[in-house]
Write a protein that binds this ligand. Structure first.
Ligand code: ADP
Ligand code: MG
Length: 317
């Protein structure tokens, strides 16, 4: 491989039918469909912070995009375009083709086109900027939760954090559990179809990237409300509820990051409709509590309020 330009042509140039102009010029050109707003978000993945250097490159590729798709899901937006700024320590063809394979597998699954980016030498760092469309005025915001709303969450909580604990030798999981949890950690499934199905149904929404307590806390602050949750209602894989003691369970389910599930609030009269969304998507949706007046998050366990220490992952906390 001779140059940066050969590398871009070989690994990062694919057809972009949804763009007027894709990779190759000084800027890409796109058009937003009538009646839609452009939703834009960026998430960076840094070696040593978000993944280990020996993580399989196809998983790094998948996840560095999946975390961005998850932000679109949380807004109810359909992702369409993205740019990729990548710093690479060396030109390693095997690593690059595996990375590109995972990256474009995710792009294809969720309908996103790579329309530009930047490639430079440096310690491994992957920044994706994702752009999508959402019907004007309809996006799911953190600030829309209303007193009386039910609080819901998709999928299972804590699996990815268990996978990370296994990698860090902080816990020893049975082999079948380890494989589920490592897959949750390395190959998250952004809940894109769910986010779009919640347009006009949910009052507020966020994706759970830093742990439920912290992320639901963002909804509560933005909406000026409080929430009450029942610890035993929180959905988790059976290992969490049977093999872990209460403090450990609390830690993984409330504060474990990287799940990329959606947490949303909706009026009680939407609950049958939400159940039908769950059935049609084949995705568990669990009602975990409700929104009340006041501030903060109260987690109940056997009729007592638990004290919450770890609120979620904070890079500078
Ligand atoms: P410029 O010097 O004008 O910023 P570059 O030489 O950085 O342009 O990039 C050349 C073209 O390749 C541009 O269209 C840019 O968007 C695209 N590009 C660079 N790196 C990537 C990448 N990692 N993925 C996709 N497109 C890329
Ligand atoms: Mg450039």
């Amino acid at each position: 491989m001779r140059s940066e330009f050969d590398l871009i042509a070989k690994y990062f140039t694919k057809p972009t039918p949804n763009a007027d102009l894709g990779v190759g010029d000084d800027a890409a050109l796109i058009r937003v469909s009538a009646g839609n707003q452009l939703a834009i978000s960026t998430d960076m993945s840094v070696v040593g912070t978000h993944f280990y250097a020996d993580c399989p490159p196809a998983d790094i590729g998948w996840k560095s995009l999946a975390v961005n798709v998850s932000d679109m899901a949380a807004m109810g937006a359909q992702p369409k375009w993205m740019t990729l700024a990548i710093a690479l320590p060396e030109q390693n063809p095997e690593w690059l083709s595996a990375f590109a394979e995972g990256f474009f597998a995710c792009a294809q699954e969720f309908g996103v086109e790579l329309i530009g980016g930047d490639t430079t030498r440096g310690s491994l760092n992957i920044a994706v900027q994702i752009m999508g469309e959402v019907p004007t005025g309809k996006a799911l915001l953190r600030s829309g939760a209303l007193i009386g709303d039910d609080v819901w969450v998709s999928g299972f909580l804590g699996s990815a954090a268990l996978g990370l604990a296994q990698l860090q030798h902080k816990i020893e999981l049975p082999a079948d559990v380890a494989s589920i949890c490592l897959s949750a950690l390395h190959h998250p499934q952004p809940r894109l179809a769910l986010g779009q199905a919640l347009l006009g149904v949910a009052n507020s929404c966020i994706d759970v990237s830093d742990g439920l307590a912290g992320d639901l806390g963002h909804i509560l602050r933005a909406s000026g409300v409080s929430a009450e949750l029942d610890l035993l209602a929180l959905p988790c894989i059976p290992f969490v509820s049977t093999a872990l003691d209460l403090p450990m369970m609390q830690q993984f389910v409330l504060a474990g990051g990287d799940d990329y599930e959606l947490c949303f609030t909706a009026p009680a009269e939407q609950s049958a409709h939400i159940q039908s969304i769950s059935d049609s998507l084949g995705l568990p949706l669990t009602r975990i509590g409700h929104i009340a007046s006041g501030t903060g998050l109260n987690v109940m366990y056997q009729n007592k309020t638990l004290s919450l220490k770890a609120e979620g992952y904070d890079h500078f906390g």
